[in-house]
Design a protein around this ligand. Structure first.
Ligand code: ADP
Length: 397
């Protein structure tokens, strides 16, 4: 029996050893499990953070999260780009935006503690891209964040609406100018109609004929205006599917224009000359619009100089593989101060003619510019008053 004692001791010792090993393994597994869980959580957290960042940065609008005292807690990439900084966290709105109207508006909105949305027009060069020389327009949208465990946090969104603002402005100006231009002939026609309807006026045949002739002149002006307005609104869509492209001889277009304007040239002994590198020079484009382009430019030269003899030259040249057209005249020219505006709708150089003497809608050059650009070209004008005026159209090869 006594020899059984050491055997029991050995078994006990082995059992003890095994239970200690099991305990150690269990502990280490437990540790490993915690570690893996932690690692997993960390991975999940950083994946989530990455996702949020991607979502925030995919947003074109500038977005910042700030507290009520305008300390920035978070900013997306657009906001950083807008402020020209790598990081905005920890800065105040004033330090970040460096633009008083913007910071004032944000602070005012934060002070109310409520959601607010307003449109801001910022003067040129002072905000956004440093190269911006024109005023810019923005929608500022501020609202408190309604999240659990967050207090006094706000989201501020700045959306650049400069392009939409400009389009609206152009539309408003167009409607105002068009109404003004249409009102003048309409009120003249109405005035003459009233006179004609007065007792006995229709019996005075000579006077009545004079009134009717004037009314007809203003009626034609009205339809000319409407035609031009329709052309320009069509061209302004920038939709090149409007174009009916074909290949045509440039000489045919120039000669047609010379024929159409023959009575105007004869009136004052003026001339239209054509200068082409070859009679067979062809152009691929919308012949209707190209004829309108050269017609408007040539007619302008003649009608702006209806009191003198001038020469108009229609020319084309191939320069470094691209086509250059010029319409040159030896008329009174365009003063330098007016040159930057002549392609604007309804712009007329009033100084050197009266609207009654020189016919026109002020839309001719705007139509020309749009028609050239829709066909991939560019137009510019130079003038030496009293010597010459040149309109140049550059077309890519
Ligand atoms: P309009 O219907 O008055 O001709 P345009 O848009 O065609 O309108 O031209 C705008 C203005 O540019 C004209 O009113 C005129 O003052 C000026 N202009 C255009 N072409 C010439 C030119 N060849 N010589 C002098 N002035 C010109």
């Amino acid at each position: 029996m006594p020899y059984l004692l050491p055997t029991t001791c050995v078994v006990l010792a082995i059992l003890l050893f095994l239970s200690w090993r099991t305990h150690l393994i269990a502990r280490s597994l437990q540790k490993e499990k915690h570690h893996l869980e932690k690692q997993n959580l960390n991975e999940q957290y950083s994946a989530l953070e990455k996702e949020h960042k991607i979502i925030l940065n995919a947003f074109d609008d500038a977005l910042i999260i700030t507290d009520a005292k305008s300390n920035i807690k978070l900013a997306n990439r657009s906001a950083k780009e807008l402020c020209n900084r790598n990081s905005l966290r920890g800065k105040t709105v004033t330090q970040a935006f460096l633009n008083q109207p913007i910071t004032d508006a944000i602070k005012k909105a934060l002070a109310t503690g409520n959601a607010c949305r307003e449109k801001l027009v910022i003067p040129s060069g002072s905000f956004g891209s440093s190269s911006s020389l024109e005023e810019s327009s923005w929608i500022l949208d501020v609202a408190p964040l309604e999240l659990e465990n967050t207090k006094d946090l706000y989201r501020v969104i700045l959306r650049n609406i400069t392009a939409e603002h400009k389009t609206d402005q152009i539309k408003r100006e167009f409607v105002a100018n068009a109404s003004h231009e249409l009102r003048t002939p309409l009120s003249i026609i109405n005035g003459y109609l009233e006179n004609l309807l007065e007792d006995g006026m229709l019996e005075e045949t000579e006077m009545a004929t004079r009134f009717l002739t004037t009314m007809q002149k203003h009626g034609s002006r009205l339809s000319e205006l409407v035609e031009d307005m329709l052309s320009i609104s069509k061209l302004e869509t920038g939709d090149s599917s409007l174009l009916d492209i074909s290949e045509f001889r440039v000489a045919d277009v120039f000669e047609d224009i010379r024929d159409r304007l023959i009575s105007m040239t004869r009136e004052h002994n003026s001339s239209i000359t054509i200068d082409l590198p070859s009679d067979d020079l062809t152009l691929s484009g919308d012949r209707f619009y190209w004829e309108q382009i050269f017609f408007n430019l040539t007619e302008n030269a003649l009608k702006q100089n209806c009191d003198k003899t001038i020469e108009v030259q229609l020319a084309a040249k191939v320069i470094d593989g691209h086509l250059q057209f010029t319409v040159r005249d030896t008329g009174k020219g365009i003063p330098a101060a007016h040159l930057p505006y002549i392609f604007n709708r309804f712009y007329r150089v009033e100084k050197h003619h009266s609207q009654n003497v020189v016919k026109g809608t002020g839309l001719g050059l705007a139509i020309v510019k749009h028609a050239v650009e829709l066909q991939g070209g560019e137009i510019s004008a130079t003038s030496i008053p009293g010597e010459e005026t040149i309109f140049t159209i550059e077309l890519p090869s």
